[in-house]
Design a protein. Structure first.
Length: 405
């Protein structure tokens, strides 16, 4: 039996087992589906919808071209991607998974980046947003806002290092000469490119907003489907004792690194779904350092649920999923290592002997509260931006009509 036949047998057998499990445990399947749906409707949908709409509007107005010119001197030498990658990176950090993949695919469809550049870009622009790390994980699960600064530094610094490593991806087939769109420097040149891009788009603001809502809703429905699916799969793993089997195998590896065996099951769960894995990690009987390390790995690896969402978004492009998956593994280990290194400096229990950089951890709870407040009100910024755009468009229309008569 060759590899192709073996793969077919494994995939078919897995699908049959899952189907029979759903039939045998209908009540558990239903409750898992409701849990996934509630998570999507209460958390994912309201948090991602404004960012997705805003990103579509910004692209339509040509703001991505403006940022591309301004960030070209930074993004090209560091990550070997166009300056517009700075916009994708910023939106990916602020809105979280899988915004980076969605916006990267958009740029690829618009032929602003090549396939190789898109594979580099998508590998380090998909990350967790600060609100989720500070609010849901640090405060909600661990009841410790100071831990949020450790998780954030580990996550984003690891992501930055991944971007530096992935700059060497595809260097033999780099197509930079074919897509060197942004030439020149300065704000004047950047505004010129933005203006030309807006004129090239040429959609009325009503159509632009309608398209943005439709595209965002379509993407969020796909994300919701994957969240429900993996919620059911996670429950089936418990009922069939598959998670326990993997947990026992993982516990032997944990013993080699002097990690608590109680963290093996949360890690297995986190490999499939971030939220559940992080919650179980916070409840495990282990030291806070070990819990933070495992949580950093889970956040960086992002779980098969998020990776499936990214794979679905990239399916209608030539962007390969393999570089993204390799980058997630690298990001997981890098974030875990960075967490171990920075934990003694960025987190401490107040005592007579405070470690270096203690002033950062003294204010970390304040940083978390400020960050959560700012992100929680980001929809007001989006609304104000849209209202201002409608006002400018309306004034321009009135002026045009007055000149006509």
């Amino acid at each position: 039996m060759n590899k192709a036949h073996l793969k077919t047998l494994i995939l078919a057998s897995s699908a049959i087992i899952i189907a029979f499990s759903i039939i045998i445990y209908p009540k558990d399947t239903y409750m898992a589906s409701v849990t996934g749906l509630k998570m999507w409707w209460d958390v994912v949908f309201p948090s991602l919808m404004p960012f997705f709409i805003l990103s579509e509007v910004l692209m339509g107005f040509g703001v991505v071209h403006l940022i591309g010119v301004l960030f070209e001197p930074l993004m090209r030498p560091l990550f070997r991607v166009p300056g517009s990658g700075g916009f994708i990176w910023a939106m990916g950090i602020s809105s979280g998974f899988p915004a980076g993949a969605k916006l990267t695919a958009r740029l690829w469809h618009q032929k602003q980046i090549t396939t190789v550049e898109a594979e580099r870009l998508v590998s380090f622009t998909n990350c967790s947003n600060p609100l989720f790390m500070f609010s849901a994980i640090a405060v909600g699960f661990f009841h410790n806002a100071a831990l949020g600064i450790v998780l954030a530094v580990s996550h984003y610094l690891g992501n930055f290092v991944v971007g530096l490593i992935m700059r060497f991806h595809g260097r033999k087939k780099d197509e930079r000469a074919q897509t060197d769109t942004y030439r020149g420097k300065g704000i004047k040149n950047a505004f010129k490119h933005m203006h030309e891009a807006r004129l090239a788009d040429n959609r009325p603001i009503g159509q632009l907003l309608g398209d943005a809502v439709q595209q965002s809703t379509k993407t969020l429905l796909m994300i919701g489907g994957f969240i429900i699916l993996f919620s059911v799969l996670s429950r089936m793993m418990d009922l069939l004792h598959v998670a326990d089997l993997f947990s026992k195998l993982m516990s032997y590896i944990f013993l080699l690194f002097s990690l608590s065996e109680t963290l093996s099951l949360p890690l297995i769960k986190g490999i499939f779904e971030i939220t559940l894995g992080s919650n179980l990690t916070s409840l495990a009987q282990s030291s806070l350092l070990h819990q933070a390390t495992i949580t950093s790995f889970i956040l960086a690896f992002s779980g098969f649920s998020v990776q499936a969402q990214v794979a679905s978004i990239l399916a209608d492009t030539d962007i390969k999923f393999k570089p993204f998956f390799i980058a997630r593994i690298m990001h997981g280990f890098l974030s875990a290592i960075i967490c171990v290194l920075v934990f003694p400096y960025l987190y401490h229990v107040k005592s007579g002997a405070a470690p270096a950089f203690a002033f950062i951890t003294d204010k970390s709870a304040d940083f978390g509260n400020i960050g959560m407040t700012a992100l929680a009100h980001s929809h007001y910024v989006t609304l104000a931006f849209l209202l201002l755009s409608i006002f400018i468009w309306h004034r321009k229309l009135i002026k045009k009509n007055s000149l006509r008569y």
